[in-house]
Design a protein around this ligand. Structure first.
Ligand code: ASP
Length: 588
């Protein structure tokens, strides 16, 4: 037997027991004639003691142990003189009588501790060492618990877990496909699924009724903190349901997961269901962070018009937010905010502010353009109190300006400590537009994916005004993050063909790409719908992480590389020849 106990297990009640432990040397300290070693495994850390007086040879051996050596020790559990309250095993130590070095270790390139000295790149290269760190390991444990809870919940609701293939054809979710050449079919390629969307719909045609899968999805797109080229979805689909059935089922699941995994009670009140247009108007975002207010107030009527401040004169949109208690902001702080909104990522032209003084008077950066009455009106409209700071942005493109104001709202929320990671605010955003116009492609694109059904009442608009059609689609949003989304699907081949037409597919191309689905719909497809949750995002929210990377065992870096495996990489000419592939030299 390698061990009788783990390194996280022994307590005061075990004092006097003979035990055998195995693990890694986290750290060792020599103090006078005593050597102390922290022995670590997945379960915790236990202190080992070697005494020069009682066993000089063993103590000399212990003094030679390096960090991350793998050892096995036999000894007696002893009550510690100086207890360590920070760790669960802190009341005891092991007086070692025998030791075997199971494996030596090179000096690790960074310290294997929660506050490590290793930078991101180094830790990614040696991810197997990084994973030994307690905080990183805890994220994987959380992920595991999350998956188990998902399976338990969905199983209790009659969902079947069904795997779908990874080597398939294109599934349009709005990103580029990763493609895989087929040796047996030279010149032809598989595409990796951007999601199992079409397959889960076929499972509904197949009568599976309720499906789920913890599925890998692959999207070749530019990476950000919350994106990876491959990521995991909790993918679900249900038959004979309306939007209401789906929202109720998955709201219940969200509450269950919060309770079981995060030990957080979301209460009994149903989530708000906010139409997309309203979310954009009130928060400038389709994923509003509802942990705090600071809603947008439209100010065109108050501040727009002629003869006033030049910039506002013919702005199509003027909107403001009221930052409570920020009237004391200094010139420098206000300049910082202006620089923030003018930064290339946000791209606004400027920022106007108005302070409400303690006596209720208003002092604004554009005072001279407005009468005191107008400033008074502004204060009322914003519902601003003495001590508040009103921040105003304007622009010719209302949607764009709202998005910029949204960034400012989030920034102010952050500065005011209103985006508390231990508080959660969830809602559904519903009634998304069906299509969005692409300047680049000169055509309408599906906002969700092309299998999304329009709201039944909007179907006639497909012929007259497709751009205004709303979709039977929904997103679940938590703390300003889209954690899941889905839709009721089209289950009628004729309507599906019509949508493809609006999206600019010729009948031939639609048939070529999605013929299999349209044909399946001809054999009695049930009404169906579903959604997919982003597993990585959920787990990182639960863990309070900034990036999804930290809850993925082996993540990729910002350029989509696995620096540990050094992938992607070149392949042998022989392999390319078999695939009939010529690689062209890279041109700038
Ligand atoms: N396949 C969709 C997505 O990946 C989710 C869904 O509609 O169920 O976003």
């Amino acid at each position: 037997m390698y061990r009788t106990n783990t390194c996280g297990e022994l307590r005061i009640g075990n004092v006097g027991q003979e035990v055998t432990l195995a693990g890694w040397v986290q750290r060792s300290r020599k103090m006078g004639g005593m050597t102390f070693v922290d022995l670590r495994d997945r379960y915790g850390i236990t202190q080992l003691v070697f005494n020069e007086e009682t066993n000089a040879e063993l103590c000399a051996q212990a003094n030679k142990l390096g960090r991350e050596y793998v050892i096995q020790v036999k000894g007696t559990v002893n009550e510690r003189y100086a207890k360590n309250e920070k760790i669960p095993t802190g009341d005891i130590e092991i007086i070692v009588s025998e030791m075997t070095v199971l494996n030596e270790s090179l000096v690790p390139p960074f310290t294997i501790e929660t506050n490590t000295d290793g930078g991101d790149d180094l830790r990614m290269k040696y991810r197997y060492l990084d994973l030994r760190r307690e905080n990183v390991r805890a994220n994987l444990e959380l992920r595991h618990k999350f998956c188990i809870a998902v399976r338990n919940f969905l199983d209790s609701k009659g969902f079947l877990e069904i795997e779908t293939p990874v080597l398939i054809g294109s599934t349009p979710e709005g990103a580029r496909d990763f493609i895989v050449p087929s040796r047996m079919n030279p010149g032809q390629f598989y595409a990796l699924p951007q999601s199992p969307q079409t397959l889960k719909q076929l499972l509904m045609v197949a009568g599976m009724d309720r499906y789920f899968q913890i599925a890998k999805c692959f999207r070749d797109e530019d990476l950000r903190a919350d994106r990876q080229p491959e990521f995991t979805q909790i993918d679900c689909e249900m038959s004979f349901v309306t939007q209401n059935d789906i929202l109720n089922t998955f709201e219940e699941m969200a509450k269950y997961l919060f309770k079981e995994v995060r030990h957080y009670d979301l209460g009994d009140t149903p989530f708000i269901r906010m139409p997309w247009h309203e979310a954009m108007r009130r928060f400038g975002s389709d994923k509003p962070d509802m942990r705090f207010g600071m809603e947008f107030v439209e100010l065109k009527d108050t501040l727009g018009g002629t003869g006033t401040f030049g910039v506002f004169n013919d702005a199509k949109y003027i909107g403001g937010i009221c930052a409570p208690g920020c009237a004391h902001y200094t010139r420098k702080q206000l300049d910082q905010l202006t620089d923030f909104v003018k930064s290339p990522q946000i791209g606004a032209k400027g920022l106007v502010h108005a302070k409400v003084n303690e006596d209720g008077t208003v002092k604004s950066s554009v005072d001279k353009f407005y009468t005191p009455e107008v400033l008074e009106q502004l204060k009322h409209k914003m519902d601003a109190k003495p001590g508040d700071l009103i921040l105003i942005m304007s622009g010719d493109d209302a949607m764009k300006t709202r998005k910029q104001l949204c960034e400012l709202r989030l920034e102010m929320g952050e500065r005011l400590g209103l985006r508390d990671r231990n508080k959660f605010a969830l809602l559904w955003v519903v009634d998304f537009p069906m299509f969005e116009w692409s300047e680049e492609e000169g055509r309408l694109l599906a906002m969700h994916h092309p299998f999304t059904a329009p709201r039944p009442q909007d179907v006639p608009l497909l012929d007259t005004d497709p751009a205004s059609v709303l979709a039977d689609a929904y997103d679940m949003v938590c703390n300003g993050v889209e954690v899941g989304g889905g839709s009721i699907r089209i289950h009628d081949a004729v309507l599906q063909a019509k949508i493809f037409k609006v999206l600019g597919f010729t009948p031939e191309r639609a048939q070529e790409q999605f013929g299999f689905l349209m044909n399946a719909f001809k054999y009695g497809a049930p009404p169906h719908g579903g959604l997919a949750y982003g597993l990585d995002r959920w787990v990182s929210l639960f863990a309070g992480l900034d990036s999804i990377r930290d809850c993925i065992a082996f993540p990729k870096n910002n350029s989509g590389r696995d620096v540990m495996l050094d992938a992607p990489s070149r392949v042998d000419q022989k392999q390319l020849d078999e695939l009939l592939i010529d690689v062209r030299p890279q041109t700038k």
